[in-house]
Design a protein around this ligand. Structure first.
Ligand SMILES: NC(=O)c1ccc[n+]([C@@H]2O[C@H](COP(=O)([O-])OP(=O)(O)OC[C@H]3O[C@@H](n4cnc5c(N)ncnc54)[C@H](OP(=O)(O)O)[C@@H]3O)[C@@H](O)[C@H]2O)c1
Length: 280
């Protein structure tokens, strides 16, 4: 994909990864339009980045996806990149009864959102000489996190759909790409429901502990070292900087200039709930 000169529509551009992508592509000389529900944040991003344009859209609503897609094609005939980024990650306790409404809402946002937007824009994209659909899945698509079981499943579905879509469109001008971010410290987890953001004064501390916890539980299955085929685990799981250093050296990825980050004081106090031990 060329990195400048595109006209890019990004869903979920009001915060986190979507906003980061929007600002980075904007800075590189692309026309960027962001979508999201929170009007105040859409306005904030546009104000901070003159030239970025915005559209209010709820990806849970198929009618809005249709009307916004038509508006995008009309206003931005050169639109050639769709980034399906909007997503939510509420907790689900799969050991108990299902919250049906929450489950349907998450599947609608995370899976049907990208599928519907791609469907609504595909005929337009096929007319562009060089078009790209980018779906934001997650590491959780490949390594399920049991306490986000349905979230992980939606992301695995996004991954699967991306593979099929890429294959099906192989003879067209549309490339279908996937980004599968690892843990990124955005609003996503704070909005998940475990942390009471308004509960002072512990909230900041809890956020930090939670961030660390999430990083640890991304780990579930052994991986294979691409260099020696040995069994290995995801580096983010490992606490000790010297071990991380050895692994990176083994892989030829260690950079002397890059010191391992300092651990936050909260991390030292972390106590682990043994009920999650089957995950690690
Ligand atoms: N953070 C991570 O560690 C991580 C890792 C892997 C993948 N991801 C994926 O990255 C994507 C972005 O997440 P993030 O971490 O950047 O979190 P975030 O800051 O919470 O961003 C989520 C974005 O999705 C939008 N969104 C959510 N529901 C929507 C809806 N119904 N309609 C329209 N927009 C909606 C939000 O905008 P509004 O609320 O304004 O609508 C917001 O802009 C998600 O798909 C997430 O699964 C995140």
């Amino acid at each position: 994909m060329k990195t400048s000169g595109n006209t890019i529509f990004i869903t979920g551009g009001t915060s986190g990864i979507g906003r980061g992508l929007a600002e980075a592509f904007h800075a590189k000389g692309n026309k960027v339009i962001i979508g999201g529900r929170r009007k105040a944040l859409l306005d904030e991003v546009a104000k901070a980045n003159p030239g970025i344009e915005t559209v209010e859209v709820d990806v849970n609503d198929p009618a809005q996806i249709q009307s916004v897609s038509q508006e995008l094609v009309r206003k931005y005939p050169a639109l050639n990149v769709l980034i399906n980024n909007a997503g939510v990650m509420p907790f689900d306790d799969v050991t108990g009864p299902l919250d049906d409404a929450a489950a349907v809402s998450m599947i609608t946002t995370n899976l049907l959102g990208p599928v519907r937007f791609s469907g609504a824009l595909i005929e337009h994209l096929k007319k562009q000489p060089d078009a790209v659909i980018i779906n934001n899945s997650s590491v959780a698509a490949f390594i399920p996190m049991a306490m986000f079981a349905l979230y992980s499943a939606t992301k695995a579905a996004v991954h699967s759909y991306t593979l099929s879509h890429r294959f099906a469109l192989r003879d067209t001008s549309v490339s279908v790409l996937e980004i599968a971010p690892p843990w990124v410290d955005t609003d996503l987890v704070y909005k998940s429901g475990v942390i009471e953001i308004d509960a002072p004064p512990l909230s900041e501390e809890l956020k930090k502990r939670w961030s660390y916890f999430i990083r640890k539980v991304y780990e579930t299955d052994p991986l294979t070292c691409p260099k020696c085929q040995g069994e290995m685990r995801i580096i983010s799981f490992i606490d000790q900087p010297d071990v991380v250093k050895k692994i990176l050296q083994h892989l030829g990825l260690w950079e002397e200039s890059q010191a391992p980050p300092e651990r936050h004081p909260a991390i030292k106090e972390l106590t682990f709930d043994p009920s999650y031990s089957q995950l690690i």
